[in-house]
Design a protein around this ligand. Structure first.
Ligand SMILES: C[S@@+](CC[C@H](N)C(=O)[O-])C[C@H]1O[C@@H](n2cnc3c(N)ncnc32)[C@H](O)[C@@H]1O
Length: 253
């Protein structure tokens, strides 16, 4: 199994890790939006909007080819749409869990969005075809982070931009207080509302803090981005570092 990729309980290799993640999101899809907003006290909306604003220059270009990958139920896509001019090229919204994607597709009705049921590690897109890739709270779930970054790099045009919005673990006293909420309170509420993932015995909100704890911290993620060939790599913490936005660009030729 990769040293840097999601490791849900019971997964023994990258294929079984991806399967477990896929199954988990399909099973929680009906309650995903409600739980997310309640458990984050609606701060998630601010994070999606702030991340989208960071890319408003490229989003304002009508011909820009933009992908929201691991789009889930589509809230990041909706935030990106706010910056698209009338008549702009449709945004691409991709996810491999059909249960999540179909809920997203309902939100996209009447908007310029093309939905793709696709694996982030094998995007059905040509090399150097995208101006912007954004992913919100999805990257951490990939079975192999280096492979994910390589795939994003492949699909971006030279000069194309990448944004990865992810949770992180803040330090200090606030971090300790937050850890109690994130590691104890949140899984308990999640278990009551969602129940265990069928066939796994574990609750999705146990997986969340574990996966955030295992995720490379910002300095390591920035190294991964640079070693994949990205330039202009940076991390902007959001809300005391509970979440943050990684930004990078594919080098110009
Ligand atoms: C935590 S949800 C985030 C959804 C949405 N972006 C948001 O901000 O609410 C993570 C999503 O990533 C998707 N995902 C995880 N691994 C994936 C992969 N390899 N390919 C495509 N989608 C993936 C899951 O199906 C899920 O919908």
């Amino acid at each position: 199994m990769s040293a840097t990729g999601a490791k849900p309980i019971g997964a023994v290799d990258e294929a079984s890790a991806a399967q477990a993640v896929h199954r988990m999101f399909d099973s929680i899809a009906p309650r995903y939006d409600l739980l997310n907003h309640v458990l984050s006290f609606n701060v998630d909306r601010l994070w999606w909007r702030r991340a989208a604003r960071r890319f408003r220059a490229v989003l304002a270009q009508p011909d820009a080819a933009v992908l929201d990958v691991c789009c889930g139920t589509g809230d990041m896509t909706m935030a990106l749409l706010r910056h698209r001019p009338h008549g702009a090229r449709p945004l691409l919204a991709a996810d491999f869990a059909r249960g999540m994607l179909t809920r997203g597709a309902r939100k996209f009705a009447g908007h310029a969005v093309t939905v793709l049921e696709a694996d982030a590690l094998h995007l059905p897109l040509r090399d150097a075809s995208l101006d912007l890739i954004v992913t919100a709270f999805g990257f951490r779930n990939l079975a192999n982070y280096e492979a994910g970054l390589r795939e994003f790099h492949r699909a971006l045009k030279p000069g194309g931009e990448l944004g990865i919005l992810e949770f992180s673990e803040p330090g200090g006293l606030l971090g300790q207080a937050y850890a109690v909420y994130f590691r104890r309170v949140l899984p308990a509420i999640g278990r009551i509302v969602c129940g265990p993932v069928p066939g796994s015995g574990f609750g999705p909100y146990n997986y969340l803090p574990e996966s955030v704890g295992d995720f490379p911290p910002p300095p390591r993620m920035l190294d991964l981005l640079r070693s994949t060939g990205f330039t202009k790599c940076a991390w902007q913490p959001y809300t005391f570092g509970i979440a943050g936005l990684y930004t990078a660009a594919r080098a110009q030729r």
